[in-house]
Design a protein around this ligand. Structure first.
Ligand code: AMP
Ligand code: TRP
Length: 341
């Protein structure tokens, strides 16, 4: 089965746990903005039900949901062009997830590397929530509730999108239908795996110990500059060709960030700075990042001052999302044989 009988539709989401990082921006939001337009219908979601798979303070969760929405809007997600909402306002996500809990196999879930990373092993893993374990089936529901065909995510989410395809294929096969599309993960370009600025072997994440290891989308210009200038590197200057970046994770990360922010390839960045020392490259990178991110963070702060407006936009987005989601869930119930009397 191909996805061709389905309307080209994009779905993607970000958890409102902690703030947004440069990784979220380059791995996700920046590309979501670019995908708005005539080729796709675009549906973007603040996935609050995913966030609560680990403990969230209720007030922080509400504020974080608005902050992520503000980050998306400030980056250029246009609520006229895209459907933008928070997951829990469309209860169909949780309903479809239950059906998928009954389609997905325990063996599939056991292979999910994100669960293993987050839950740890042995006794620690036993303390993880059941929701954290079932998380990928909720993610499949997010995507398939809209019959989405394309899912722009960072590299770390590839396995979950592949699982979504497995769930769709098994559902279609078990019930003898051609109902759910096999969604394609869209993971391309240099910003798909932004690494920690203090340790190039770890992903940049919202929850690391030190704030110096990540760029937050709310950081001001001075903070952004300082973090890039203090970013860990090896003592060598930049190489003359990209091949010279292999086995130099910190150097590669900074070049990739430069490339992603400037819409260039890593090759082009190296061609512009062949053999440059860090004293040249880091300030150039810091200026570029400030140039791109400072206007977004200013706009985010402006938007966050008007919570009522964000809430209004999310409620309207949820209404539009339900117009697509409700009929798809109803048809799913019918296919499964759940009586609607
Ligand atoms: P999360 O914040 O975990 O909900 O992630 C939301 C989106 O941002 C997903 O598409 C992730 O793949 C992407 N993302 C998060 N961190 C990074 C990173 N360090 N590099 C690239 N993409 C990322
Ligand atoms: N699991 C994703 C993450 O942690 C967030 C997410 C939830 C998502 N549902 C989604 C991403 C659907 C893409 C499509 O980053």
């Amino acid at each position: 089965m191909t996805a061709t009988k389905f309307t080209p539709r994009v779905f993607s989401g970000i958890k409102p746990s902690g703030g947004l990082t440069l990784g979220n921006y380059l791995g996700a939001i920046k590309r979501w903005v670019d995908m708005q337009g005539p080729s796709f219908e675009t549906v973007y979601c603040v996935v609050d039900l995913h966030a609560i798979t680990v403990w969230q303070d209720p007030k922080d969760l509400r504020d974080g949901t608005r902050e992520v929405a503000a980050g998306m809007l400030a980056s250029g997600i246009d609520p006229e062009k895209s459907i933008l909402f928070n997951q829990s306002q469309v209860p169909e996500h949780a309903e479809l997830a239950w059906i998928f809990n009954c389609v997905a196999r325990v063996g599939w879930m056991n292979r999910m590397t994100q669960f293993k990373d987050k839950a740890g092993s042995g006794k620690d893993a036993e303390k993880a929530s059941l929701g954290l374990y079932a998380y990928p089936s909720l993610m499949a529901a997010d995507i398939l509730l809209y019959h989405a065909t394309h899912v722009p995510v960072g590299e770390d989410q590839k396995q979950h999108v592949e699982l979504t395809r497995d769930i769709a294929a098994k559902f279609n096969h078990d019930f003898g239908v051609d109902f759910f599309p096999l969604a394609t993960p869209v993971i391309e370009g240099p910003g798909m795996r932004v690494m920690n600025l203090r340790d190039g072997s770890k992903k940049m994440s919202k929850s690391g110990e030190s704030d110096m290891e990540r760029i937050n989308m709310t950081d001001d210009a001075d903070t952004i500059s300082k973090k890039f200038k203090k970013a860990k590197t090896d003592p060598e200057p930049l190489p003359e060709t990209v091949e010279g970046l292999s086995s130099r994770p910190e150097a590669k990360n900074l070049v990739d960030i430069y490339a992603a922010l400037s819409n260039m390839t890593a090759e082009q960045v190296i061609a512009q700075y062949p053999g440059a020392g860090w004293g040249t490259f880091k300030p150039a990178l810091a200026d570029l990042a400030v140039d791109k991110l400072a206007p977004i963070s200013t706009e985010m702060k402006r938007l966050m001052a008007d919570k009522a407006e964000i809430d209004r936009l999310l409620a309207r987005g949820a209404e539009r999302a339900r117009e697509i989601a409700t009929p798809i869930l109803r048809q799913t119930y019918d296919i499964v044989g759940l009586l609607r009397s």
